[in-house]
Ligand binder design. Structure first.
Ligand SMILES: [Zn+2]
Length: 239
């Protein structure tokens, strides 16, 4: 029978690595759409939330993005053999993204705990799901700059704090992410229209209420806030 570890390795080996090669010279907007980056940010935020819930459970305050979750629940666990990384997972060879590769390896380690029936690992069995899903969807272009994780999605802190666990759970189903992308595309189309004719109107795809565009300017940069008139509905900034 296929165990969690084997399934995880197969999953990473099945990622289309072509999308991660030769990207360092490309601009973010040439790699993925604005909508895709918005969905990517949702996946990262949900990963941070799940890590936060685990940290609270383990009474830990914070952890680095590079930390293996297995180490948090089992200090005795053997270190993974990073020298053997490309033997285990040939697909990772050639991908020059350290965050991506380390998290994949940490995910394998987590799966070894699931395979031995570690009760805490079982309780938090899907902790890596949002971030692995991000990688599978092509959103793994993440780099580290000072104390931040940066990419076309924006920025996240490199340290994940336990308070992340207090946030609302985000829907990371394919359908929800598709809907999120659709909303951004809708807002982008409206903004394009608005730039040609500021009297153009449009409605929110979620609730059909009116969308409002506010023009903003800071440090000589012009940007736009697109907001639904319904409170706590759609609200996103565009440049
Ligand atoms: Zn709305």
């Amino acid at each position: 029978m296929e165990n969690h570890y084997t399934r995880a390795v197969n999953r990473i080996n099945n990622i289309d690595s072509m999308q991660y090669l030769d990207i360092s010279h490309k601009r973010y907007e040439d790699i993925r759409s604005r909508g895709e980056y918005t969905a990517d940010a949702t996946l990262i935020a949900e990963y941070y939330r799940r890590v936060g819930v685990l940290l609270q459970f383990m009474s830990k305050e914070s952890v680095s993005i590079f930390t293996s979750m297995s180490k948090i629940i089992n200090n005795e666990i053997e270190n993974l053999d990073y020298d053997n990384m490309y033997t285990i997972c040939p697909n990772l060879e050639g991908i020059n993204l350290s965050v991506f590769k380390i998290i994949c390896f940490n995910y394998f380690q987590w799966c070894t705990l699931l395979d031995v029936g570690d009760p805490i690992a079982i309780k938090f069995h899907d902790i890596y799901e949002p971030i692995i899903k991000l990688f599978e969807r092509g959103g793994g272009q993440i780099s580290i700059h000072h104390h931040e994780l940066i990419g076309g999605f924006g920025a996240f802190t490199r340290t994940i704090s336990a308070s992340r666990g207090d946030k609302k759970e985000l829907d990371i189903s394919d359908q929800a992410l598709k809907q999120e992308i659709k909303e951004v595309e809708h807002a982008e189309a409206y903004l394009k229209e608005y730039k040609l004719d500021s009297s153009a109107t449009n409605n929110c795809v979620r609730c059909r209420n009116r969308l409002v565009i506010q023009e903003k300017e800071s440090y000589g940069n012009r940007w736009y806030k697109i907001k639904c008139e319904t409170k706590t509905c759609y609200d996103q900034n565009f440049s």
